[in-house]
Write a protein that binds this ligand. Structure first.
Ligand code: ADP
Ligand code: MG
Length: 380
């Protein structure tokens, strides 16, 4: 499925302008108990200057996904293209040279060499890659340490500084050869929240300077603050629109919705029917705003609008008391939405009482918000 590309919430461009393109990635591990699919036909692009988080339950495939980029592991099938290079085709030797020039890699456990000073740790990748002239290396390392707030600790050994400082040093080290891409697997997993926040701020600064940051994290609060969040469930990517619209639903349901919902464009000149048990039972708008068509032009006391990323389901509509005739794009513009058909919706509501109560509860909260908040209220 290529829906992630077509409908991704914050895609900055199309795949031709992507810095990193992962196409149809499958990763199958051979285990004693048989084949295990860790990544199931994943399609995703990353763009220059983006700070993207990768989230999902333990075992959902986050590390496996980023390992396809670092070359720590290889896809069973599929394409990994970075810039103009197809890196899944590189030999081990070519990969290690490419990695040294293009990637900064940061792990949960900082992996600094304990007998080298912080400064020497940061200089080490420069000595390996030989991209930075010998006489510039120390000054550059000091500059990087200064940037992450560690100038005063340059001559300390890793064990002499805190965990947060060690991770900052690891970030400085990852920048040694000025790579365009930083990949961090649970970089804050071993840090207290204040240190985690420091590390996060460094990443934000780097992204603003044009680096592409891909960060695996368990911390959903940090993930929400990145430019884009990718959610993995059982080795598959959840559509970003869906993950953002239904934060209260479990990951496997979000994946199910990703598989069931399809892209639909509505004729700009026709009213969009409300979600119902006749046809479509759930819309998730990817363009907008969309407004309600009511007999007196208002919803409650206000004109309510749904913006891109907002959804409307049959569960919402069941609570409407006034006469809502339908929906339409503002200014007669074309409306696009991800749509769930009534049969799938009905099956879901019949089979999963818990999800049904979550959706119903959300519907009641949204309705009262729509009645109370003014002009620009959205369903959230
Ligand atoms: P995450 O980083 O999201 O916690 P991983 O990407 O490490 O998850 O692992 C995804 C799944 O693949 C897990 O079920 C894990 O047990 C399995 N897995 C990872 N590496 C291997 C391996 N080398 N051999 C067999 N199974 C593996
Ligand atoms: Mg992991």
């Amino acid at each position: 499925m290529y829906t992630e590309i077509e409908t991704d919430a914050t895609t900055k461009g199309n795949s031709t302008s992507a810095l990193i393109e992962m196409r149809d990635i499958e990763k199958i591990f051979k285990t004693g108990a048989g084949d295990f699919t860790a990544l199931n036909h994943v399609n995703v692009c990353f763009y220059q200057g983006e700070f993207v988080s990768v989230v999902g339950k333990s075992g959902s495939g986050k590390s496996t996904l980023v390992n396809m980029l670092t070359g720590i592991d290889h896809p069973t099938s599929g394409i990994v293209k970075v810039g103009e290079k197809y890196i899944h085709q590189l030999s081990e030797g070519e990969m290690s040279i490419w990695r040294g020039e293009n990637l900064g890699i940061i792990f949960q456990f900082f992996q600094l060499l304990p007998m080298l000073t912080i400064l020497e740790n940061v200089m080490l990748p420069m000595d390996f890659a030989k991209l930075i002239p010998f006489q510039e290396r120390e000054e550059r390392a000091m500059h990087l340490l200064d940037m992450v707030g560690l100038a005063d600790n340059a001559h300390d050994l890793p064990a002499e500084v805190s965990g947060g400082q060690q991770q900052s040093a690891a970030i400085a080290r990852s920048l040694a050869n000025d790579p365009p891409i930083i990949i961090a697997d649970e970089p804050t997993g071993n840090l207290d929240s204040r240190s985690a926040d420091e590390v996060f701020k460094i990443f934000t600064t780097l992204a603003a300077q044009g680096k592409t940051i891909i960060m695996v994290t368990h911390d959903s609060n940090l993930a929400k603050r990145t430019d884009r969040m990718l959610l993995l469930s059982d080795g598959e990517l959840v559509n970003t629109w869906i993950a953002n619209a239904f934060p209260y639903l479990p990951d496997n349901r979000l994946l199910w919705l990703t598989q069931q919902m399809s892209v639909h464009s509505f004729d700009p000149h026709q009213s969009i029917p409300l979600p119902s048990n006749q046809q479509a039972a759930l819309y998730l708008f990817t363009t907008g705003p969309v407004e309600f068509v009511t007999s007196n032009g208002f919803f409650g006391k206000h004109k309510v609008r749904l913006n891109p990323g907002d959804y409307l389901s049959h569960a919402d509509v069941q609570n409407f008391s006034e006469e809502v005739l339908g929906l339409r794009g503002l200014n007669g513009e074309e409306v696009k939405a991800l749509v769930l058909d009534k049969n799938s919706f009905q099956r879901w509501m019949d089979e999963d009482r818990h999800d049904k109560s979550l959706l119903t509860k959300a519907a009641m909260d949204r309705l009262s918000a729509w009645r109370n908040i003014g002009e620009s209220s959205t369903g959230k």
